[in-house]
Design a protein around this ligand. Sequence first.
Ligand SMILES: [Zn+2]
Length: 361
Amino acid sequence: MVMIVDDEVCSANGTVVSSEESCVIVAPEPDPDGEHCQWFAFRCVDDEREGGLVRLDTQAMTWPEALDEYEVFASFDNKPWRRIGAVYSEDDERLDWWQPEGVREARYALWEPYTPSRRRRLLARMRRAHGASVIELGQSLDGEPIDAVRLGGGEQVCWVIARQHPGEVMAEWFAEGMIERLADSADPIARAVRRLATVIVVPCVNIDGATRGHHRVNAAGVDLNRSWIDADERAPEVLAVRSAIEQTGVGYFLDVHGDERTERAFAARDEGNPSYSEQIAALETRLVDRLDELWPAFDRESGYPLDAPGEGDLRCAANYVGERFGCPALTIELPFKRWTSRDARRFGHASVEALLAAIEP
Ligand SMILES: [Zn+2]
């Protein structure tokens, strides 16, 4: 068997280390800033359809331990993506899985990619949907539009941004689930949210990083979620979203991410912000309580170590927006492990109900 590895896959990232008779070894490439390396996506073509071993060289990966009990995403001969078993060896620094016999063209990725055509179709549907519109907030360094979907016409303004970190692709699946429910005119929960609020969702902030197969950074190697307080021309994505928020104001803010190690979703708050108050905490708790009731794989006890008062990192979107506008602002983290795109979409769908609980008078 000779497998040809190429980049005919969305968000491609992977360099062939060696390709032999029965085994191909591929290594993910680090982000251009050199700080992170985790995302991979590549295609293996096996004209003889004999199958064989695919080995990921995990030496350079930032969170190799996250591959323990992890299952890789695969799509065989253009069939839907699903998870398949893989074996991680910490000592040998590798993740192994089998390409089955009978398969000619296999695509593999750290997580199910979100394709540009799927994004275009969603935006096209939203341009036509009643009570929804698509706004171009600005352009990325590669000249791609940074699009937002605006839904509803209520007084309160809620912003939801996703995929500042492009490898955290589940955030965009979440955004899709949220947008689709909010646009559903037959859904009473969505109708109630649209009456009370105007919700603006940015499904993919870091569009260039997504195209280029980066894990954390944009085309200039900038981590957008460490740029909110001092963004410059190297982070036009943040400048665009930030100035749009300045124009509309914001009463509730969510920033959606993925966490490599967690198995359950969780929310991080802004307890370290200088102006964090009991009132803001109570409004955040409403959302967290409802997510906890609605979603068994949400864990209110999980999270990052709490920031000491005044120690919040204002380079991060949620801290920055919470402090600037004095509003509830949460970072939602979704798991890389176990979940599929369906879980992330359905969680986005369910989150509309949690948002309603959070903004109800
Ligand atoms: Zn992130």
